[in-house]
Design a protein around this ligand. Structure first.
Ligand code: PHE
Ligand code: ZN
Length: 868
């Protein structure tokens, strides 16, 4: 299959400055009429190539002369002979939205029509130069039967709307030139929630959220989140919205989270609909974050877009960073940061350790849809965060202003972005750029020597990145390190010397750029041998690396109690838990008391802060523990983790039980104090559920809960604690919520993750559930995705039955929706971390997939790479 390479980029031989579309909607025969203004770029005689897939061509005209017989049409597009330098091209084609189950291009979501064009979906609507560096002004006319389609939406501003002979007809004009991936239309009948927003400069913008009939009350939170995001982007980046209307449409059928189409976002309903009865605290958080993310794209993505798809992180890494800053401002900064760090450690490190490892700016792609990854998005955001740390808040903002000034209305590269940042600082960023080209997770090793005579503390730093797929030789990267050196009583040691390879940016921030280097701290009035000194290198997780540092239990206790940085305090406990799991794995579960007494001390110290306590009491997930080891037996690891949690619960039973409280009498609200309380209750029950007598509390909690957060806490705890209770509560839950697809997805997910011996028969039964549907990505992810990603003992079953089950399913799913199939295959291609026996079983299934006739590009790319 065809590989595309970043370095092969050439500018487009033709550009298209304006597009007029006339789309007559029909389930199987939608007629698309397109008039393009085309200009040749430079001097050449090449024909015009237009991308097009799955289209039925009717006719082609150049400036009024019919050339339908002269064009060459293939499976991937058409070649148009042309001699003029500027001309109008008129194309008519048909498409069939009702049979489009891949959900790319124009498709039906329930009774509505909608589109998804990123990355290369526009070519499934009509013939076009479907690449992000061709920017055009669009005018779109839609028509559909009046009955059933009162709303006809497209990008930009509405310029005309009327009814003629039972047909509804609407015309929209978007004045901002945009790439085809930002095109969108929607047609259907909805409930609309509307409001307005007055921008900083006083312009009035109409806001509208379109949802399925009957769901209006679940859309108000999203609308308010949008208003907060608009204000935030003005206050923090000086960015205003630019059209007269901003529309969001929520649909139940969507491959991803949401899409930032200009002025007309289309969302997975999961990230719009939320009310007090059906949404968890996490759901509210995600709705606000995704609404903001798509809104922020209006500047970082739409006004300034990507030259080619290899530059995807230009818009995604940057926009994720911006939405993280926003979420931290709107909710708990610490929880926001820690959940991001967990994504890095559980999923991004896993990707880096697999054959799909790629730099945040990939060099080679077969199927672009495979590169909407945790690396491009989340590691991409960490790279922006490092720039933010290096430049500091003010200069980072200056760099952003320069970026917008220079590139508004253009399609640019990651290098252009770093150039803009460079203009705002005297710190040399040329070495920093390696983060864009080098893949893999660097390991930072830290050593410490205390010289009792001189009173000096010497810290040695070294960095190393293991070879990854296609990149055998690795180089040192620029690591911004937020450092601290202090004693058990909290006396801070001053940095007195830094060797070559280190740039000192401030008292607590250095840039480490070489393979190894040294730092020296002066202890002056402190006597290190009697007062232990600790050094921490990665405050706020200041670089996306793994740290290797030999810390004794008592040193980790000092960090957990006294480090100036909350991430470090949390991480010290995480590493103690990790050690505890390792001991359990080695059969030493009787020898954990030293760890437990540290935990007790730390939670006593922080007993006033529910948010922090909840985080401190969260034992690392199996997924993140896997990334700490090699040659993993996942079943043993999962059992060791369970054993560790059980011992921890026994040892801290009194303390945990004392903190465990039933929900307070106040009714549910998504506000931070309550969120902290519920989060703590969740963390406590996740431990106490290992003890059988917690069952009564769990049942009680389920009964009294007035909100989805506590209800799910009860169900999660029951899943661990008592299978009878779990079955009974799940039954009750289904009775109550069977009519609500988003809530039912939670129910499917809980079933799929239960630690049951006949999980595969459960899955088979659930696949026959009347509400399960192979063509609905949310449902498929809830059931099969949850199983593959999070049911360690079921998926990794020793006989390979879990792998086979998922593989069989993917073979079918690939024929319906390859994009979703390729996402769910992820845990299967990440075999590198496991022991030989599991690796073999995983590869056997991957080979079956690879031999499947008609395999999609999506699965082919991932599976073939993983077996190479
Ligand atoms: N660009 C979308 C976002 O990150 C994600 C997306 C990609 C959605 C491809 C659909 C298809 O906001
Ligand atoms: Zn995005």
């Amino acid at each position: 299959m065809k590989v595309k390479r970043r370095l092969d980029y050439t500018p487009p031989p033709f550009t298209i400055s304006s597009v007029e579309l006339n789309i007559k909607l029909h389930p199987t025969h939608t007629r698309v009429e397109s008039t393009l203004t085309v200009s040749r770029q430079g001097v050449h005689n090449e024909p015009l190539w237009l991308d097009g897939e799955g289209l039925n061509l009717v006719s082609v005209k150049v400036d009024d002369s019919d050339i339908t017989a002269q064009v060459q049409v293939s499976e991937t597009g058409m070649s148009v002979p042309c001699t003029q330098d500027t001309f109008k091209l008129h194309i008519v084609n048909h498409i069939s939205p009702s049979t489009n189950k891949a959900l790319e291009g124009l498709y039906q979501a329930g009774n509505a029509y909608c589109t998804q064009c990123e990355a290369e979906g526009f070519r499934r609507i009509t013939y076009f130069t479907d690449r992000p560096d061709v920017l055009a002004v669009y005018t779109v006319t839609l028509s559909a039967p009046e009955e059933g389609y009162p709303f006809l939406l497209a990008n930009g501003n509405k310029v005309n709307e009327r009814t003629e002979n039972g047909e509804r007809i609407a015309t929209w004009h978007d004045p901002f030139p945009k790439p085809s991936y930002l095109f969108a239309i929607v047609a259907g009948d909805f409930d609309v929630v509307e409001d307005n927003y007055v921008t900083a400069s006083g312009r009035d913008v109409k806001l509208a959220v379109y949802v399925d009939k009957g769901y209006a009350s679940r859309a108000t939170f999203a609308l308010q989140a949008l208003q907060r995001a608009m204000r935030w982007d003005e206050e923090n980046y000086g960015r205003e919205y630019d059209l007269d209307v901003y529309m969001i449409v929520a649909v139940d059928f969507f491959n991803m989270g949401a899409m930032e189409n200009k002025g007309l976002n289309v969302f997975n309903s999961k990230y719009i609909l939320a009310d007090n009865a059906t949404a968890t605290d996490k759901d509210f958080f995600n709705v606000e974050a995704v609404v903001a993310h798509e809104y922020f794209h209006n500047w970082t993505g739409n006004r300034v877009t990507c030259r080619d798809w290899f530059q995807l992180s230009l818009k995604e890494g940057l926009t994720v960073f911006r939405d993280q800053q926003f979420s931290a401002d709107m909710s708990s900064p610490l929880s926001t940061r820690l959940s991001q760090i967990n994504i890095m450690r559980e999923h991004q490190f896993a990707e880096d350790a697999s054959a799909m490892s790629h730099p945040i700016r990939p060099d080679e792609v077969i199927e672009m849809n495979n590169f909407y990854t945790v690396t491009v998005y989340d590691k991409g955001a960490e790279v922006i965060r490092m720039l933010h740390a290096i430049l500091g808040k003010e200069r980072f903002r200056q760099g952003m202003d320069t970026y917008f000034e220079r590139h508004d209305g253009k399609a640019v590269t990651c290098d252009d972005f770093v150039d803009a940042m460079q203009s705002a600082t005297t710190t040399d960023l040329s070495h920093f750029r390696r983060w864009y080209s080098q893949s893999g997770t660097p390991v930072l090793s830290v050593g410490k020597v205390v010289n009792s005579e001189s009173g000096e503390v010497t810290i040695s730093l070294s960095q190393h990145t293991k070879p990854t797929a296609g990149q055998p030789d690795k180089h040192p990267l620029t690591l911004p390190l937020r450092i601290a050196c202090y004693t058990s009583t909290g006396k801070v040691l001053a940095l007195s010397k830094a060797s070559e390879g280190i740039k000192v940016l401030s008292d607590d921030l250095i840039m480490f750029e070489s393979e190894c280097a040294e730092l020296t701290f002066n202890s002056h009035d402190i006597n290190p041998p009697t007062e232990p000194v600790v050094f921490t290198a990665l405050g706020d997780f200041s670089a996306p690396v793994k740290v290797e540092q030999s810390f004794s239990v008592s040193e980790r206790s000092i960090v957990a109690m006294a480090d100036p940085d909350p991430f470090n305090r949390w991480d010290a406990l995480q590493s103690l838990y990790n050690e505890g799991v390792l001991r359990c794995q080695a059969g030493e579960s009787a020898n954990l008391n030293d760890l437990f007494s540290v935990v007790k001390e730390v939670i006593t110290l922080h007993s006033h802060d529910a948010h922090l306590l909840a985080e401190l009491l969260s034992v690392p997930s199996v997924e993140s523990l896997i990334q700490q080891q090699d040659d993993v037996d996942p079943i043993k690891l999962s059992q060791a983790r369970a054993e560790f949690c059980r011992c921890l619960a026994i040892s801290l039973n009194a303390e945990l039980t004392a903190m465990l409280q039933a929900p307070s009498a106040s009714t549910y609200a998504y506000e931070q104090e309550q969120v902290g309380e519920r989060k703590l209750r969740h963390a406590l029950l996740m431990l106490l559920s290992y003890l059988p007598d917690t069952n009564a509390f769990i049942e009680k909690l389920y009964q009294v809960s007035d909100n989805m957060t506590d209800t799910l806490t009860a169900l999660n705890a029951a899943q661990r604690c008592n299978s009878q209770t779990f079955i009974a509560l799940m039954h009750d839950f289904e009775q109550k919520w069977h009519g609500d697809s988003l809530v039912l997805d939670k129910w499917f997910g809980l079933h799929a993750t239960q630690p049951s011996r006949d999980i595969l028969s459960t899955l088979t039964l659930l696949k026959q559930h009347p509400k399960f549907a192979d063509d609905n990505p949310n449902r498929v992810r809830a059931l099969i995705g949850s199983f593959a990603f999070y049911n360690t003992e079921g998926f990794h079953a020793k006989d390979g039955s879990g792998y086979k089950y998922v593989t069989d399913y993917l073979m079918e799913l690939d024929k319906v929706n390859p994009q979703v199939a390729a996402r769910i295959v992820t845990p299967l291609i990440q075999w590198q971390k496991f022991d030989q026996a599991h690796q073999q079983l995983m590869k056997t299934q991957l080979s079956r997939l690879l031999n499947e006739p008609g395999l999609s590009k999506d699965l082919f790319e991932k599976v073939s790479k993983s077996l190479a």
